[in-house]
Design a protein around this ligand. Structure first.
Ligand SMILES: Cc1cc2nc3c(=O)[nH]c(=O)nc-3n(C[C@H](O)[C@H](O)[C@H](O)COP(=O)(O)O)c2cc1C
Length: 307
């Protein structure tokens, strides 16, 4: 159909693609490169803040490392982020390094589709800027999409303290493997941030891909707490040590004892230690990746299962 042919020229790719992927994802490998050295950080880097866009890792990779994302099956370079060291965080006999994203480019689309798609996407972002969360600069949103080349799993975070209950979705999460810490980057305006700082414990439910619709609805709880656990449209079960209500149908329930929290730009970075780790079911977990990554996979004849 001529419409299928013309579509890429007039309509941008979606920024995000929601996927059903087994966790931990194996499709993409992330590598940090600096001063002639390199290290696999697939399970050791995370987004720490959106404004400014910052990456945390347990490695100290010098002042200006490069973060590369490669397809694991073909070795093909999908994208790079150029980083600039901003700070380190010392806690619990370990340390993390924070990097600002200075620049980035992806290789998922060829020329001229790559700049043209970015132009179309950026134009759309500028039009709907006020409804964009955090009002991010389009160029920074493009860098964030590159950080999602490693498909990011979605969890529901449960918080339960006297007088405050909540459950909301997150995907800006750890692990930060070498440090043994697990991170959560939560916008500081989230209504549960003060309780999390005080109670210092949460439960994380890994969400089956089939629960996408209900999970997206729970995004409302970033701004307003849950009145009562019984109002949720699915059953909960108490987490093993803390007894925090978690999703009964979760693939995996983990509990985190929060050992450190600090503001990083727009977000509060929580660092925790795993207290329990219960694998409950097999199945695919809800993940996010960049739309241009899924477009590349489709061209290779190996699309991710979309949901
Ligand atoms: C699947 C999913 C994952 C999310 N992950 C995070 C996260 O990791 N950190 C965070 O601060 N907000 C997260 N959010 C919240 C959104 O970024 C946003 O703040 C929330 O939906 C409220 O939207 P608004 O502020 O644009 O109105 C997530 C939302 C959804 C639906």
């Amino acid at each position: 159909m001529w419409k299928d042919w013309i579509r890429p020229f007039v309509r941008p790719l979606p920024q995000w693609s929601t996927l059903a992927v087994a966790s931990p994802q194996q499709a993409v490998i992330a590598t940090l490169r600096w001063d002639g050295q390199s290290a696999d950080v697939t399970a050791d880097h995370t987004v720490a803040s959106l404004k400014p866009l910052a990456i945390a890792t347990s490695l100290d990779a010098g002042q200006c490392p490069v973060l590369e994302y490669r397809d694991s099956a073909t070795g093909r370079l999908l994208g790079v982020l150029r980083l600039a060291r901003t700070a380190s965080i010392a806690t619990e006999n370990t340390s993390l390094t924070l990097y600002h994203v200075a620049a980035g480019e992806h290789r998922c689309l060829g020329w001229p589709r790559r700049p043209w798609n970015a132009w179309l996407q950026n134009r759309l972002m500028r039009k709907s800027r006020s409804s964009n969360h955090l009002n991010m600069e389009p160029a920074v949103a493009q860098q964030l999409m590159i950080a999602y080349l490693c498909p990011r799993p979605v969890v529901l975070v449960s918080v339960d303290a006297s007088g405050h209950h909540n459950i909301f979705p997150m995907d800006l999460i750890g692990p930060l493997q070498r440090s043994g810490l697990f991170s959560l980057a939560l916008r500081s305006t989230n209504v549960s941030v003060p309780t999390m700082r005080e109670a210092r414990r949460v439960a994380l439910s890994s969400i089956p891909a089939t629960m996408k619709a209900v999970v997206y609805k729970l995004a409302a709880h970033h701004k307003q707490p849950l009145a009562d656990w019984s109002e949720l449209p699915f059953p909960v079960r108490p987490s093993r040590e803390f007894g925090i209500p978690a999703v009964a149908a979760a693939l995996h329930i983990r509990e985190l004892a929060i050992v450190h929290s600090q503001e990083v730009g727009s977000h509060t970075l929580f660092l925790g230690r795993l207290v329990s780790d219960d694998k409950l079911a097999e199945g695919t977990q809800l993940h996010h990746t960049a739309g241009f990554h899924q477009a590349w996979r489709c061209r290779q004849g190996m699309p991710f299962a979309e949901i």
